[in-house]
Design a protein around this ligand. Structure first.
Ligand code: ATP
Ligand code: FJF
Length: 325
């Protein structure tokens, strides 16, 4: 008997182990610096799934990791926070992806090397194997780190069953490759670029407010229902139907922005499952991002529904130590 209940959301995306090394002194290129470092499971898709589970949603992850000790750790951690990892494929012939970041003493990123090993080998067959899972979901989230042909199959599959699709283009190079995924002949529910990714998706400038608005409308013309543009410390713009609204970020002392966009997207999706108004859902997303920005990537932010709700209502942006996992 299959005892699995259908998930609210299926996330189709990458899983990594993140290494964050922070120098304790001014970084001198080519030199060995003293500092501290830590490991934590990462990957955009996996991060979104983790945050959804922490917010109390039922979520399944479709992903690929190596059959190696790092993959063991990533899966054990992700299952432990409540994500269904039944459809995470283990492959003996590839390494689990790693994201290796070096930060300076103020927390700014100096350089990051992403070895997307297993995610680069994420074949459409892994998505096909999750057909029944996708069919039963209320929403599917696809992130741009997976190969384009796999993302294409994932979107088609969800649309075949009329399941709304969220697409996160994740970076400029990935957004350029993913441009043709957004087409007028198939609807995407939500696309979430930052300004540079908006340009990469549309071939239009997106520096001024007027340029952003024009580029956003060109995505609507290509079948995207909701466009939510991330503007970093400024906040975001959300656009759908007759609504076009800029939202401020929740001010915070930034310690590490890694994963803030992933938490923001998870929190937004969490609210959508409750039929909350989209602008209110976006505000909830900003609160989750602010909480995540105030925490080192290596110390996972335990996003709980009440913590984010308090923050969105003007409450504290920093979790107390008891609230941290
Ligand atoms: N300096 C900041 N102060 C307050 N909030 C911030 C700051 N930087 C980022 N944020 C919050 O995090 C959200 C996501 O950050 P950003 O817009 O930089 O996303 P991104 O470009 O997709 O980054 P990433 O790919 O690293 O997630 C912002 O919309 C905002 O809510
Ligand atoms: O090229 C990449 N950079 C960063 C990530 C992941 O982004 C996450 C933060 O949003 C982080 O966990 C890292 O693994 C990736 O998968 N590929």
């Amino acid at each position: 008997m299959n005892l699995h209940l259908p998930p609210d959301i299926v996330v189709i995306g990458g899983s990594n182990m993140d290494l964050h090394a922070r120098a304790h002194e001014q970084v001198v290129m080519g030199s060995s610096m003293s500092g501290s470092a830590g490991l934590s499971p990462g990957g955009v898709g996996r991060n979104v799934a983790e945050n959804l589970a922490r917010l109390g949603d039922s979520v399944a992850l479709v992903s690929v990791v190596g059959d190696d000790p790092i993959g063991d750790e990533v899966i054990a951690y992700t299952e432990d926070v409540g994500v269904d990892c039944t459809y995470v494929r283990r492959r003996a012939d590839v390494r689990t992806g790693t994201y290796n970041a070096v930060l300076d003493s103020s927390g700014e990123l100096v350089v990051a090397v992403a070895d997307m090993a297993a995610t680069d080998e994420f074949s459409p067959l892994v998505v096909e194997a999750a057909r029944d899972l996708v069919k039963s979901a209320r929403g599917v989230l696809v992130e741009g780190n997976i190969p384009v042909r796999t993302a294409d199959v994932a979107i088609d599959l969800a649309r075949e069953f009329d399941v709304p699709v969220v697409f996160d283009p994740v970076s400029v190079p990935k957004a350029k490759r993913a441009r043709d995924l957004i087409r007028a002949d198939r609807e995407l529910y939500l696309v979430t670029p930052n300004q540079a990714e908006l340009t990469a998706l549309t071939d239009l400038p997106a520096d001024s407010d007027a340029e952003i608005e024009k580029a956003v409308h060109s995505l609507h013309d290509r079948g995207v229902g909701v466009v939510w543009v991330r503007l970093g410390a400024r906040g975001s713009v959300i656009s759908y139907n007759d609504v076009y609204q800029e939202l401020p970020a929740v001010p915070t002392d930034v310690v590490d922005v890694t994963g803030a966009g992933d938490a923001m997207l998870a929190a937004f999706a969490h609210e959508l499952l409750r039929d909350v108004d989209l602008v209110a859902a976006a505000r909830f997303g900003h609160a989750a991002a602010a909480l995540t920005c105030g925490t080192h990537d290596t110390v996972r932010m335990d996003l709980s529904e009440s913590l984010v709700r308090d923050c969105a209502a003007g409450g504290p942006v920093r979790a107390t130590s008891e609230e941290m996992a």
